[in-house]
Ligand binder design. Structure first.
Ligand code: BV8
Length: 252
């Protein structure tokens, strides 16, 4: 039994619904990686990055204005992610995927920690910080000759290289978006974990499930704009609550 320092009780009706569920859909945000030492999006601005608003840096305009600054910000975040490991929250979701007939994991995170935890069917709505693409042509570039120039240049067209993430003002990958909204409409149970439920269109996913009358659960130590609308709000850190939720499935 995980050593939780907060008392966690899972409503018995939710346990019954989880046990009966044929298709569980999950949306995660930066909060699920907090216990891995990856600062959440709003907390990320520490040290030399404290003076920048993340929503200002994560835009094509910021990159065009100062490509080196934005590239170095992502280098710094890549370093943070490289030093991190999946936590019990990530691991519990990877196991839940094995236990559910159908399981759709939708993440706003660009850290790849779900995949490192063993989750297979991960929909990366906002891309992945460990992939790089050409700013001009958009193709994924996984090798470029060593250079002191930052950002490096595309070996195909000489354009600047950028992280393969979705910046504010940019549209999301259509296939991922479609699969995510279909899962929110058709699942039996929807979990919203570690997200402030502000950034669109991801923040609409739990609302789509609620509109279908689907049981929707929020896991977050802090209230969000979604908290008053969900079926169950489980207040606390996902790294402690998810293992307990998984454990309920093991009980006779
Ligand atoms: C788009 C990748 C077409 C890059 C990211 C409608 C209304 C208003 C605005 C808009 C709208 N439609 C579109 C917009 C504009 C914008 C938007 O939503 N702005 C917001 C700020 C209002 N959306 C876009 O631009 C999207 N593109 O819509 O294109 C278009 C364009 C323009 C206009 C119309 C249409 C693109 C959005 C994607 C941007 N890219 N990331 C990168 O990472 O660098 S978003 C990025 O921020 C993350 O991916 C994530 O999505 C978001 C951060 O949110 P969270 O993950 O929730 O993290 P946060 O720090 O906020 O909160 C952490 C939570 O965890 C907290 O609640 C905390 O309590 C909790 N927590 C802490 N510890 C724990 C925990 N929970 C559990 N356990 C713990 N231990």
């Amino acid at each position: 039994m995980p050593n939780s320092d907060i008392s966690i009780s899972i409503p018995p009706k939710l346990v019954a619904e989880l046990r009966a569920a044929q298709h569980v859909a999950v949306l995660t945000g930066a909060g699920i990686s907090a216990e891995s030492g990856v600062p959440t999006f709003r907390e990320a601005q520490t040290g030399l990055w404290a003076k920048y608003d993340p929503e200002e840096l994560a835009t094509p305009y910021a990159f065009q204005r100062n490509p080196r600054l934005v590239w170095e910000w992502y280098d710094w975040r890549r370093e943070l992610v490289a030093q991190a490991n999946p936590n019990p929250g990530h691991l519990a979701l990877a196991e839940l995927e094995q236990r559910m007939p159908k399981f759709t994991l939708i993440t706003q995170n660009v850290d790849g920690l779900h995949q490192r935890a063993g989750s297979r069917n991960v929909i990366e709505l906002h891309g992945n910080i460990n992939r790089t693409k050409c700013f001009d042509q958009g193709g994924i570039i996984d090798f470029w000759p060593p250079t002191t120039e930052l950002p490096p240049r595309c070996p195909r067209c000489g354009g600047l290289l950028r992280p393969d993430v979705v910046w504010f003002g940019e549209s999301l990958p259509q296939k991922a978006l479609h699969t995510a909204f279909t899962a929110a409409e058709q699942c039996d149970l929807f979990l919203s974990i570690g997200t402030s439920s502000v950034v669109q269109p991801a923040a609409s996913l739990p609302l789509v499930a609620l509109e279908q009358g689907i049981t929707t659960v929020e896991i977050n130590p802090n209230p969000t704009p979604l908290s008053a609308r969900v079926t169950y709000m489980l207040p606390g850190p996902s790294g402690q609550i998810l293992p307990v939720l998984l454990e309920t499935l093991n009980q006779p």
